[in-house]
Design a binder for this molecule. Structure first.
Ligand code: NAD
Length: 485
């Protein structure tokens, strides 16, 4: 166990008042670290440090900042194994997944934005008698608040474009998974990033998170987390006219048409349902199956789910680790109970039992991947975000029928459609209320594309140009030609 500090003005320090919070490993329930339980005073210090660094950082050229991003990517790449290991212990996710997804993407977020930044050209609009030049400036000090499911992956997805565009940062990772954010701070210290450019304050959402939202010196908030917290963020920050990006919850649909390649659709639906124990905001937790193939699809889907190896996150062969915490496990189990009360049938899973590892004393937030049939698509289990390894199966008879069921959700983040008729795939995708739709694949990401949701899944887009737009202010400079010309 170790004690980690806030990272403010280039050095580590405890919280104002010295209070701490324990950080646990959800597989063993051992304490991994204590973190500062920061308060408004810590945010104040972090904002002051960021403001002091703003001028110097924003005066660098885009190329110089892109070079910084490359240096950070190299340093993180060097620590890939440490990142994967830390993330696996902090979240309970399989080490192989942490390596393939979390560590790799944390590096590529910096590399991608460095390269993307270099490709930018100044936008101009020529008139008959004048030239418009679009000038980008940094927003200033920005607040970045992130969740526990993909800790460093999602934090770096915001840090990289924010730094690139010349902003200074006050970041707050989830109190449940603070370790890789600390690792990033250590890395930036080693690289000697100018002091105060990146500041990290740890602690509880309603305390330190709220202080970030309320601080008048923070000009933009990029938030990823739950929809209910998103409402608080909007309620607090919008009246202050802060720029806001809200990446919130989801209840995504996987739609399987009868003409889909069965093998690929089953494989894709299982991956979409249970990657990271179903704790990816993009996970497909409602599966809609065309009636001709319901029996066949369900049998093969359940067989494949049964074969998922749940176990010790540190074991290379493990395919699914724990959920994030014992409290979250209880929440998911309450939905399993509810599913049965609502008339659902557990087709597989629903229990903590499994072969293999259950933590040293049979502890650990492990749950078998759970598939529920026979529930109406309007039931609570099929409409509320559970954010765990539990999915519901539903049947549809026509395209229209499927569309109505998919759109009968207050969320609209992502979805996947499985069909061999690409025209139908495209047509159907445009009618889903959703920010992202995959056809015959899932979580296939090009970092240049817009990422974000509609309805209760959020406001705004991240990715490529959209991230650069969020993290910069635009000034249009209209220059009139001189009369001699
Ligand atoms: P959460 O909303 O509980 O917490 C997210 C962050 O907000 C944490 O750092 C938390 O400490 C902070 N927070 C909590 N209360 C706050 C307040 N009053 N003011 C400021 N900050 C506050 O979410 P979580 O449980 O950590 O993550 C799971 C949720 O995140 C799920 O709903 C999931 O769908 C969503 N998510 C969305 C995306 C996306 O891109 N749309 C990606 C990942 C996760």
């Amino acid at each position: 166990m170790h004690t980690i500090g806030n990272f403010i003005a280039g050095s580590f320090s405890p919280a104002h008042g010295g209070r701490t919070i324990n950080d646990y490993n959800p597989a063993t329930e051992a304490i991994l670290a204590t973190i500062p339980r920061s308060q408004g005073e810590d945010v104040e210090r972090a904002v002051n440090a960021a403001h002091s660094a703003q001028d110097e950082w924003s005066k660098l050229t885009l190329e110089q900042r892109a070079h910084w991003l490359d240096k950070i990517a190299d340093a993180l790449e060097h620590k890939s194994e440490q990142i994967a290991n830390t993330e696996s212990r902090d979240t309970g996710k399989p080490i192989a997944l942490a390596r393939r997804v979390d560590a790799a993407r944390s590096v590529s977020n910096f590399r991608f934005f460095a390269e993307f930044g270099r490709q930018q050209t100044q936008q101009t609009f020529q008139m008959e008698d004048a030239l418009n030049v679009v000038h980008r400036s940094p927003v200033g000090t920005v607040g970045l608040i992130t969740p526990w499911n993909l800790p460093l992956y999602l934090l770096t997805w915001k840090v990289a474009p924010a730094l690139l565009m010349g902003n200074t940062i006050v970041a707050k990772p989830s109190e449940v998974t603070p370790l890789t954010a600390h690792l990033l701070a250590e890395t930036l210290l080693e690289l000697e990033l100018p002091k105060g450019v990146f500041n990290l304050v740890h602690g509880l959402g309603p305390e330190v998170g709220q202080a970030i939202l309320e601080h008048p010196g923070i000009k933009a908030i990029s938030f990823t987390g739950g929809t209910e917290t998103g409402r608080i963020v909007a309620r607090t920050a919008a009246p202050m006219f802060k720029k806001l990006s809200l990446e919130l919850g989801g209840k995504n649909a996987t739609v399987v048409f009868a003409d889909a390649d069965m093998e690929k659709a089953v494989e894709g639906a299982v991956r979409a349902a249970f990657t990271n124990s179903g704790q990816v905001c993009l996970c497909g937790s409602r599966i809609f199956i065309e009636e001709e193939i319901v029996e066949q699809f369900t049998r093969r889907f359940v067989e494949k789910v049964d074969a998922i190896r749940v176990g010790n996150p540190m074991d290379e062969e493990t395919e699914m680790g724990t959920v994030i915490s014992p409290e979250h496990l209880l929440k998911i189990e309450s939905y399993i109970d509810l599913a049965q009360k609502e008339g659902g049938v557990i087709l597989t899973g629903g229990t903590r039992e499994m072969t293999g590892y259950n933590g040293p004393d049979g502890t650990g937030a492990f749950l078998r991947p759970t598939v529920v049939g026979n529930l109406p698509h309007t039931s609570r289990c099929a409409t509320e975000e559970i954010f765990g390894p539990m999915v519901t199966l539903h049947t549809f008879s026509t395209e229209q029928d499927a569309l109505e069921m998919v759109n009968a959700s207050e969320y609209g983040l992502a979805g996947s459609v499985w069909t061999s008729d690409i025209e139908r795939g495209q047509r159907f995708s445009t009618q889903i209320d959703s920010g992202i739709v995959w056809v015959n694949t899932w979580l296939h990401r090009d970092l240049r594309t817009p990422f974000g949701g509609v309805k209760n899944s959020g406001v705004g887009r991240e990715g490529g140009q959209w991230s650069l737009d969020f993290f910069s202010e635009l000034t249009n400079i209209c220059i009139k030609d001189s009369d001699e010309n």
